[in-house]
Design a protein around this ligand. Structure first.
Ligand code: GDG
Length: 465
């Protein structure tokens, strides 16, 4: 079996003691594959430093090397805050209005990708397969090829691929797509993302779709496939069951006084639809007064990218509306919204999801949304809660027996919430078991292994050259 080289913006080293329990599912999946096959996990250290040391900092744990590179402040500003998070992130989530393009940031993005390729190339062995993750590294494949790498190169996009009309608003869209086509395998979260990509390839890039899942464009013939990311379903179920009797879950349950709990868990990000969600909840309380005093919305929203103005602005908006709802409807012994602007341990979180009557997951646009899947996996099979899920989350393509909503339709979401709070137990079990069955089969390991199998099978452009 070839060694695996994983590239992602941040690297999560496996701790020799078995981890803190706070690692995300993706980190655990990558660590598992690296442990089995040996290899390298390469990315940014998360630190800025005045000078490039000339080589990656390497920590060896078992058969895996964790290799990280510091960025200069300028690189961080232009590559990370600038191009990745103020251009590609908003644009790929259909937010042209928030996209802040500059040639300087684009140059920084290219420069950091070239720098990373230069640091990674000496760490590669001949038969390695390289799996590059996400929008930070679209050009990396091309720079690796220019540096002489002949290894199999795969790319997976965790966020949506935008419709062609939106992508055309990006200056230099063509060269970005050309760089993406340097990879041997391009993976997307959903058929809709793949479809949007193929539309661009055929209508804008003059490319064509070949048989066997490959395309021809920019004199390259990469394979293009869909791999919906998932969760470690069995692990989430176990964590949630364990957490149920833990101190935090007990405290939460006691504090609810038998009220129904609606829970949302999202990074504080404008793509997650928090403002619309709160408006829908407000509408529920105004339109269906019987729920006043009988429901609680727990919204957990750990801060994210807080140095960006758009994130600061939306944080203020969320605080204002949460405060407004409490100011309007709270009683001296009940607050309708519990808004927590911080993170929790993974197990605690899964315990909270298990206690919830409703999981409210209403992003305006989301590559997949793992919280939706975690909510399902965390439920008590005897008394499962109901998932209310935005049609604009990739997860909606799989979790068909959730209550699917349009997050922009505030009244519609309020109505669906009211329905979700009163679904009889048989229907809840039926809806839940269909979703749980799906997630038990199509879990994180299935995702990882199907991607790696497809990467092994994809012809390598460098070998053909
Ligand atoms: C990107 C794409 C795609 C959240 N709060 C806490 C916490 N979390 C965990 C959740 C979940 C993860 O973070 C968030 O994943 P999502 O998928 O919901 O969203 P993004 O962060 O935007 O992820 C997305 C994903 O990549 C994977 O491809 O699905 O579409 O945008 O696992 O549980 N974890 C802990 N404490 C918290 O307070 N421990």
């Amino acid at each position: 079996m070839s060694r695996l080289v994983v590239v992602s913006n941040r690297v999560a080293p496996a701790r020799s003691g078995g981890g803190t329990g706070a690692e995300g599912g993706l980190a655990v999946a990558m660590q598992g594959a690296l442990k089995d096959r040996g290899g390298v996990w390469f990315g940014w250290s998360g630190k800025t430093a005045p000078h490039d040391s000339g080589k990656a900092d390497i920590v060896e744990i078992g058969a895996t090397s964790y290799a990280t590179v510091d960025l200069s402040q300028q690189d961080y500003d232009e590559y990370y805050t600038g191009y990745a998070n103020s251009v590609l992130w908003p644009l790929f989530h259909n937010r042209i209005d928030l996209t802040d393009f500059s040639r300087r940031d684009r140059a920084g993005y290219q420069r950091v990708n070239a720098l990373f390729a230069g640091h990674l190339q000496p760490l590669l062995q001949k038969d390695d397969v390289v799996w590059v993750h996400d929008y930070h590294f679209i050009p990396l494949g091309e720079f690796l090829r220019q540096a002489g790498c002949t290894q199999k190169l795969g790319f997976f996009l965790h966020i949506p691929w935008p419709p062609m009309e939106i992508l055309l608003a990006l200056p230099n869209h063509r060269s970005l797509v050309q760089q993406l086509c340097t990879y041997d395998l391009i993976g997307f979260q959903t058929e809709a993302d793949k479809h949007a990509f193929l539309e661009y390839i055929q209508q804008e890039a003059g490319g064509e779709v070949l048989s066997g899942g490959r395309i021809r464009a920019f004199e390259q013939t990469p394979a293009v496939k869909v791999f919906p990311i998932s969760i470690d379903t069995a692990d989430v179920a176990t964590l949630a069951r364990r957490a149920e009797n833990g101190a935090q879950s007990k405290r939460l349950k006691k504090s609810l006084l038998n009220r129904q709990l609606i829970t949302g868990v999202d990074r504080l990000d404008y793509t997650k639809g928090l403002i619309e969600r709160l408006e829908a909840y407000q509408h529920l309380l105004s339109r269906y007064p019987a729920y006043r005093g009988h429901v609680t919305l727990l919204q957990i929203a750990p801060p994210s990218r807080s140095d960006l103005a758009d994130y600061q602005r939306m944080r203020r908006q969320v605080e204002t509306i949460a405060g407004h709802i409490n100011g309007t409807y709270a009683e001296f012994d009940w607050s309708p919204v519990r808004y927590l602007n911080r993170g929790f341990k993974r197990q605690t979180l899964m315990g909270f999801l298990r206690l919830s009557t409703v999981g409210l997951v209403t992003p305006l646009r989301d590559g997949m949304n793992l919280v939706a899947k975690e909510f399902v996996a965390a439920q008590n099979p005897e008394d499962p809660g109901v998932l209310v899920l935005s049609r604009f989350a990739g997860a909606a393509r799989e979790l068909e027996s959730a209550l699917i909503v349009n997050p922009y339709d505030i009244e519609g979401v309020a109505e669906t919430l009211a329905k979700a709070l009163s679904i009889p137990i048989e229907e809840r079990r039926e809806r839940w078991s269909a979703m749980f069955k799906h997630l038990s089969r199509y879990d994180l390991i299935y995702w990882r292994e199907s991607y790696l199998r497809a990467l092994e099978a994809a012809p390598c452009a460098a070998a053909a050259a």
